[in-house]
Write a protein that binds this ligand. Structure first.
Ligand SMILES: Cc1cc2nc3c(=O)[nH]c(=O)nc-3n(C[C@H](O)[C@H](O)[C@H](O)COP(=O)(O)OP(=O)(O)OC[C@H]3O[C@@H](n4cnc5c(N)ncnc54)[C@H](O)[C@@H]3O)c2cc1C
Length: 599
C-alpha cells in the first residue's frame, strides 16, 4: 500500500458545513507521494499508448478489443486497486485509487468500462462476499482473467431501482436460485464473465447474486446505439429460469439494497475522479488548438473571450480537483485511524458511508464541470468542433452520460440534503446547534467587523459566510416544512447547490492557502488567482440559491428580514475577476494544459 504525508485529524462527513479546517489538514495534489504519482503515471501511459490509438476501432465495437485491453490493464495491476492484497489485488489507498481513476479517464469509454469492472462490478464481492466467494472470484477479477458487470437497472426501474421486477426463487431441491427478469443498460454486459445481479427473492425481498455468463438461462441482448461512450458495451440482460448456485447469494436475503447503495457510493466518488481526468484532457486539447488556429490574423488564444473560457475551464477543474483530493485524504485518514479494526473492508465501507455527502458532491460537481468544459471546448474549436474527426465532438458526447448514471444528478441532489438531515437528527452532525448559534448571531445584529487582513482574507470571510447562508436558508426551510421538506424538491435542490458550493469554495481556498504556505505567494500566484475567481463567483451562486429558497419559504416582513440577513452575509469587496482570469489563462497557455497539476 502506498504511503503518504497525511493531515492529522479526519473531519466527520458533512462537517465542513459547520466547522473550519486548517490548510494543513487538507490533502491536496501537492501532497501526493512518489508511489502515488507513479500509479497515476502508469495508468496514463497505458491509456495513451495502448488505448487511445485504438479509439476508432473501439467505437466500432471491434470484437474482443475492449476486453483484451481491460485484461492488459489487469496484467499491469490497473484493475486490482480495490481488491485487498490477500486476494491478489493491490489494496490501494483511496488517494491512489482516485489518481488512477483520474488518469485512466483520458478516453471516456475505457474509463466507463474500467469503472464497471473494477468498481461497481468487483467491489460488491470485496465488501460483501463470503470467504469462499472472495477466494473464487477476486484473484481473477484483480488480474482481468475475469471481467465484471453490475446489473441493477431495469427497463422500468432506473432511479427507482428498488422497484425491480426480476425475481429469484429457490429451486425445489434447494440447490439453485432460479432467476427470471430483465436488466437494462448493463455496462460491460457484452463481454463480462461475472455479473452482480439484483433480484427480489419470492418477488419481495431485494437481494443480490453473483451470476456467471455460462449459467443456463442467462442471455445478453444486442449493443445499445448510444449518444456517447460508444466504445463501451451497454446491453440488456435476460434471465429465463436462470439457475444460479445457492452459494452465489451475495450478502443476505432482503439486504440487497445495502449492497446496491454502498457500492453506488463508491462509484459516485470515483465518477468525479474520472470526470476530473476528462476535464483536464479536454482543456489541454482546447488550449493547444487555441494556439494553433488563427482568426483575424492572430491565434484564437489571444482573444479575451477565448482566454476567459480557457481560464474558467481551468478554474472549475481546480475546484473539483481540490474537493476530490480533499475527500480522498479524509477517507484515507479515517481508515488509518481505524487501523486496528479486524475487518478492513467492513471498516472501509463504514468510512465511505461517513463521506456519502462528499461522494455525491464529487459525482454531481465533477459531471457538471466536465459538461461545462467539453461544451466550451467545442465552442473554441468552432465549426471543427462539430466534426467527428476532431477530438472534442466525441468528448462532448461522452460527457453527457455522467449526469445520468450512478444516480442521476437530481437524485444525488436530493440525497445530499436527505443524508445531512438524517445525520443532523441522529446527532452525528451538529447542524441544529450551528443553526441555533447563527440565529443568536443574527438576533444580536451586525457587529463591528475588523477589515480583513492579508492574502485570501476576503475569501476566508466569503467561505465562512457561505456556510452561514446555507444554515440560514436550510433552517428556514426545515422550520417551515419539517418532515415534508423532501416534497419541496426545488427548495432541496437550492439547498444542495449551496452545500456543494460551500465545499468547493473551502476546498479551493485551503489548497491555495496551503500552496502559499508551502511555496510562497509568487510561486502560487496563478493558483491563488484561480481560487479567488472561483470563490467570488461561487459566493454569487450561493446568494442566488439562498434567495430562491428563502422566497419560497417566507413572505412579507419575515421574508424581508431574512433577505436583509442574507445581504449582510453576502456583502463583499468587489474583485476584478477579469484580471484574475487573464492571469489563469496565461498559466494555461504556458504549458497548453491544466496549470495546477500536482500542485
Ligand atoms: C450508458 C449507460 C450505462 C449504464 N450502466 C449501468 C450499469 O452498468 N448498471 C446499471 O445497473 N445501470 C446502468 N445504467 C442505468 C442508469 O443507472 C440509469 O439510466 C439511471 O439510474 C437513471 O434511471 P432511468 O434511466 O430509469 O431514468 P429515470 O429514473 O426514469 O429518470 C428520468 C429523469 O427523471 C428524474 N427523476 C427520477 N426520479 C426522480 C425523483 N424522485 N425526483 C426528481 N427527479 C427524478 C431523473 O433524475 C431523470 O432526470 C446505465 C445507463 C446508461 C445510459
Amino acid at each position: 500500500m502506498a504511503t503518504t504525508a497525511m493531515p492529522r485529524t479526519a473531519a466527520r462527513g458533512g462537517s465542513f458545513l459547520i466547522e473550519s479546517c486548517r490548510p494543513e489538514d487538507v490533502f491536496t495534489p501537492a501532497d501526493l507521494s512518489d508511489d502515488q504519482r507513479l500509479i497515476g503515471q502508469t495508468a496514463e501511459e497505458f491509456v495513451m499508448k495502448e488505448v487511445v490509438p485504438l479509439a476508432n476501432d473501439l467505437e466500432q465495437h471491434k470484437a474482443g478489443l475492449m476486453p483484451s485491453l481491460l485484461k492488459k490493464a489487469g496484467e499491469l495491476g490497473l484493475l486490482g486497486g480495490g481488491v485487498p492484497e490477500e486476494y491478489g489485488g493491490s489494496g490501494l489507498d483511496k488517494i491512489s485509487a482516485t489518481l488512477l481513476a483520474e488518469k485512466i479517464a483520458v478516453y471516456a469509454s475505457f474509463a466507463v468500462s474500467h469503472g464497471g469492472n473494477s468498481g461497481i462490478g468487483t467491489l460488491p464481492i470485496v465488501y460483501f462476499g463470503t470467504e469462499e466467494q472472495k477466494r473464487k472470484y477476486l484473484p481473477k477479477l484483480a488480474t482481468g482473467e475475469l471481467l465484471a458487470a453490475y446489473c441493477l437497472s431495469e427497463p422500468q426501474a432506473g432511479s427507482d431501482s428498488l422497484n425491480a421486477l426480476t425475481r429469484a426463487v429457490l429451486s425445489p431441491d434447494g440447490k439453485h436460485w432460479v432467476l427470471n427478469g430483465q436488466k437494462m443498460w448493463i455496462t460491460n454486459g457484452g463481454f463480462a464473465d461475472v455479473f452482480i445481479v439484483f433480484a427480489k427473492v419470492d418477488g419481495e425481498k431485494f437481494s443480490c447474486f453473483i451470476v456467471e455468463r455460462s449459467y443456463p438461462g442467462f442471455s445478453v441482448g444486442g449493443e445499445e446505439k448510444k449518444l456517447g461512450i460508444k466504445g463501451s458495451s451497454t446491453v440488456p440482460i435476460f434471465f429465463e429460469n436462470c439457475r444460479v448456485p445457492k452459494e452465489n447469494l451475495l450478502h443476505e436475503i432482503g439486504r440487497g439494497h445495502i449492497v446496491a447503495f454502498n457500492i453506488l457510493n463508491v462509484g459516485r466518488f470515483n465518477l468525479g475522479a474520472y470526470c476530473l481526468g476528462g476535464a483536464k484532457r479536454v482543456l489541454a486539447v482546447a488550449a493547444k488548438y487555441a494556439k494553433e488556429r488563427t482568426a483575424f490574423g492572430k491565434p484564437l488564444g489571444q482573444f479575451g473571450l477565448i482566454r476567459e473560457k480557457l481560464a474558467e475551464m481551468a478554474i472549475r477543474t481546480y475546484a473539483i480537483e481540490s474537493m476530490i483530493y480533499r475527500s480522498a485524504g479524509m477517507i484515507d485518514l479515517a481508515m488509518s485511524a481505524a487501523g486496528s479494526a479486524a475487518d478492513k473492508t467492513q471498516q472501509l465501507m463504514k468510512v465511505l458511508e461517513e463521506y456519502a455527502v462528499e461522494s455525491s458532491i464529487s459525482k454531481i460537481y465533477g459531471s457538471e464541470v466536465l459538461d461545462y468544459a467539453v461544451d466550451e471546448a467545442v465552442q473554441i474549436y468552432g465549426g471543427y468542433g462539430y466534426h467527428e474527426e476532431y477530438p472534442v465532438a466525441r468528448a462532448y458526447r461522452d460527457s453527457r452520460i455522467n449526469r445520468i448514471f450512478e444516480g442521476t444528478n437530481e437524485i444525488n441532489r436530493l440525497l445530499i440534503i436527505q443524508m445531512l438531515m438524517k445525520r443532523a437528527m441522529s446527532g452525528a452532525l451538529a447542524l441544529i446547534p450551528a443553526a441555533t448559534k447563527l440565529a443568536d448571531e443574527v438576533l444580536a445584529g451586525p457587529q463591528f467587523e475588523e477589515a480583513s487582513q492579508g492574502p485570501l482574507a476576503e475569501e476566508e470571510r466569503a467561505v465562512t459566510n457561505a456556510k452561514k447562508v446555507f444554515l440560514l436558508s436550510a433552517g428556514a426551510a426545515v422550520q417551515k416544512y419539517r418532515e415534508q421538506l423532501a416534497d419541496q424538491q426545488e427548495i432541496v435542490g437550492a439547498l444542495s447547490n449551496q452545500v456543494m458550493e460551500a465545499y468547493a469554495m473551502e476546498s479551493s481556498l485551503r489548497r491555495a492557502q496551503k500552496a502559499v504556505a508551502g511555496r510562497g505567494e509568487a510561486a502560487s500566484a496563478a493558483l491563488v488567482d484561480a481560487a479567488r475567481a472561483f470563490i467570488y463567483d461561487a459566493a454569487d451562486r450561493v446568494e442566488k440559491e439562498a434567495r430562491k429558497a428563502l422566497a419560497a419559504v417566507a413572505e412579507g416582513d419575515m421574508l424581508r428580514t431574512q433577505l436583509a440577513v442574507l445581504k449582510r452575509f453576502s456583502k463583499r469587496e468587489p474583485v476584478d475577476t477579469i484580471a484574475l482570469r487573464r492571469r489563469v489563462a496565461a498559466a494555461v497557455e504556458t504549458g497548453d494544459r491544466y496549470p495546477f497539476e500536482g500542485r
